[in-house]
Design a protein around this ligand. Sequence first.
Ligand code: SAM
Length: 222
Amino acid sequence: MSDNDKVNTGHHIENKELIKNARKPEGELGHQILDRMNKSHESMAQWGVTHFEIEKDNKILDIGCGGGRNIERFAEQISDEGRVVGIDYSDVSVEKSIELNKEAIDRGIVNVLQGSVSEMPFYDETFDIVTGFETIYFWPDFINDLKEVNRVLKKGGLVFFCNEAVYREGEMEKYDDLVELLDMKIYSEDVLKESLEKTGFKDFKAYINEENDWICITAVKI
Ligand SMILES: C[S@@+](CC[C@H](N)C(=O)[O-])C[C@H]1O[C@@H](n2cnc3c(N)ncnc32)[C@H](O)[C@@H]1O
């Protein structure tokens, strides 16, 4: 690998062609990045999910489900009355999530669909919980996409997002290469709060993991 193939993410040096696939995994590199993300996002996800409760009969939607590890985690916590649905616009992500969750799909408690967050194939007020791990950076129109999340949530339902990167004034230089490579948007706690309050949510809560600089947020559909 030449130096041109590498990007400094502020924390470590990575392979550019591989990392590009985090936005929309495709082909062989897509398979590789998804295997990797299922592992590399695990500690953040484990920390994140301690901030909300799941009931056994909950209907949970994971948007931008990637390699499907969070679908698997949620499926372990529900009964046959509950459901976990994953949606992702990448066909490779859908394939990987199906592969990882084959048993739960066969049991009828998990489903994985290909589609964009901007227009989801679900009825209004279908889900108790909607989650997104490391995905909102890539959503094409955050406000409209949040309205779509709001539409598919039941009244009183919970939205949860978890990100490894959080916007802080004067501290963003470390993300320059990554932002350019992935054309991603890193949100501050204030913008997340404002955006959710504008799109029909209340009770915004943000949690910061100071050691790793992770953020996760919850809010409730009005
Ligand atoms: C960085 S990966 C994170 C995957 C997984 N949630 C995790 O934490 O490992 C981002 C995922 O979001 C998906 N994604 C990005 N934009 C999307 C959109 N507009 N609609 C649906 N999925 C999207 C990508 O295809 C990719 O699988």
